[in-house]
Structure formats: structure tokens, C-alpha cells
Design a protein around this ligand. Structure first.
Ligand SMILES: C[S@@+](CC[C@H](N)C(=O)[O-])C[C@H]1O[C@@H](n2cnc3c(N)ncnc32)[C@H](O)[C@@H]1O
Length: 248
């Protein structure tokens, strides 16, 4: 069974994944719950056809981006691209950059590959794995020009806030991966999560807020609307973009 088959058939019922090690249980807090999701035929076909050229398997070995993309263009990393529509649009609009998208939801990866194939996008690679682990083991230091995280799961109940992906330790792990001058770009439609993101980024070392207001930024025109953002608009939510540059 491949990693993709696995993610399509996993049962997403556990609140916390408990991993049994030889001597003890370690409770891992994850930012997602694996949803049982059936691949459509289109998604499965896209995975079968395009994974060999566009998919990157998880392994505890650093990626050589120049080899992966066949050029040394700047690399943009996106975590949690959902069905991938906005990521594909960004990749299409910026052929001078390379894009690596990471998503745990198998059908989303299939949908992204299907659309990318139809769009003829060549500067995009995708992974189907927990981005926290990919970041730790596979992304070389100073290899990213941009890190983007759009509409991450808000985990809005206070008792679930620990599951939010944006935490001081997460930013600390992200920091060395960004080149100096590289940018973290986040967006959310939950005001309380936006406040948390701002607090975490302001407290992080080596970052400067590049919003002229000193807090949030207007949506840059190069960030397309995402699926969750459109849903948020329908529900009357606001949107908060945050842009921080690594300065040293
Ligand atoms: C609320 S959705 C937003 C999707 C998309 N960015 C959008 O705006 O439409 C959050 C996505 O992040 C993914 N996700 C959450 N934690 C993740 C992780 N640690 N690694 C990879 N993907 C993750 C989820 O599977 C989900 O598809």
C-alpha cells in the first residue's frame, strides 16, 4: 500500500494519535485529523500518472531542490494546500519560481495533481505527509524564499488551541529553512487565530513585520482567493494576512 492509498483509507476518529514505541506511549499532538476520504477516479488516475514526475515521497533525507526542479529558482513552500487550486494558480503565474506543496489529505493531493496536469504546470511538486515532519527532516537550511500557510485549521475551541500548527516551536523550526530576506506569509479568517499568529511572529527572533501598519497586511494581489477563504467570505468572516521577513 502506498502512502497515498494509506491516507485515503485511514480512519480519522482519534483526537490524538498515540504512537506505541517499544517502552512507552508517546502522545503526539498533530495539527490535523486524518479524514477518511475516498479518491475519485480522476484523483486516483492523476496520482497514478503524475506521482512519478510531480510527487515527492517522504523520507528522512534532505531534498536537493536544484535536482528536484531541474533549476535553481527560488523555492516557495506551502503547507496545507487543500485541493490545491490557489497553489496551482500561483505556480502558473510565477514560472520563475518553484513550488512545493504539502498536504495530508490524500484526495486533495489527487485533485491538485489532476488540475496541475490539466494546467500544464511544471514548476510544482507535491507531498502527502505531515508537513511538521517534512520540515524537520527534508527541508535544507536557507533553502526557501517563501513559506506560505493559508487558512490553516483554526481549532477554535480553547482546549484545542494546542493543535494549531502555528506555535513558537513551529516558527523556530521554520526560521533556519528560510533564506535571509525570505518571507513567511500566513492568512486566516479567524480573528483569534490571527491575533495568535501575530503574537507568535512578533515574539520570534530574526523576523521583521513588513506590513506598513505594523500588524496585518492587505491581501497581496499575487495571493489568489482560496477555497476556505471563499467559504469564510460566505459566512461573513474577515481575513487577516501576515507577512514577516527573515532579517538575519
Ligand atoms: C482549513 S484547510 C485550508 C486549505 C487551503 N489552504 C484553503 O485555504 O482552501 C487546512 C488544510 O491543512 C491541512 N493540514 C493540516 N495540518 C497539516 C500538516 N501538519 N501537514 C500538511 N497538511 C496539513 C489539512 O489537511 C487541510 O487540508
Amino acid at each position: 500500500m502506498t502512502e497515498h492509498d494509506q491516507s485515503a483509507t485511514d480512519n480519522g476518529t482519534e483526537e490524538n494519535n498515540i504512537e506505541n514505541t517499544k517502552e512507552k506511549y508517546i502522545r503526539k499532538i498533530r495539527s490535523f485529523v486524518k479524514r477518511e476520504g475516498r479518491m475519485t477516479k480522476r484523483q486516483q488516475t492523476a496520482i497514478d500518472d503524475l506521482w512519478p514526475t510531480m510527487g515527492v515521497d517522504y523520507q528522512e533525507q534532505q531534498i536537493d531542490f536544484t535536482e528536484l526542479f531541474g533549476n535553481a529558482n527560488p523555492v516557495v513552500l506551502e503547507i496545507g494546500f487543500g485541493m490545491g487550486k490557489s497553489l496551482i494558480e500561483m505556480a502558473k503565474n510565477a514560472p520563475e519560481k518553484n513550488f512545493l506543496g504539502i498536504e495530508v489529505h490524500g484526495p486533495g493531493v489527487g485533485a491538485c495533481l489532476a488540475d496541475a496536469g490539466e494546467a500544464g504546470v511544471t514548476n510544482l511538486r507535491v507531498m502527502n505527509h505531515d508537513a511538521v515532519e517534512v520540515l524537520e527532516f527534508m527541508i535544507p537550511d536557507q533553502s526557501l524564499s517563501t513559506f506560505q500557510l493559508y487558512f490553516p485549521d483554526p481549532w477554535h475551541k480553547a482546549r484545542h488551541h494546542k493543535r494549531r500548527i502555528v506555535q513558537p516551536a513551529f516558527i523556530e523550526n521554520m526560521r533556519p529553512k528560510l533564506a535571509i530576506g525570505g518571507v513567511i506569509h500566513m492568512a486566516t479568517d479567524w480573528e483569534n487565530y490571527a491575533e495568535h499568529m501575530l503574537e507568535v511572529l512578533q515574539a520570534a527572533t530574526d523576523f521583521k513585520n513588513i506590513s506598513s501598519e505594523g500588524d496585518y497586511a492587505p491581501r497581496p494581489d499575487w495571493r489568489p482567493l482560496t477555497k476556505f477563504e471563499s467559504r469564510g467570505h460566505r459566512l461573513g468572516h474577515g481575513v487577516w494576512d501576515l507577512l514577516f521577513e527573515r532579517i538575519s
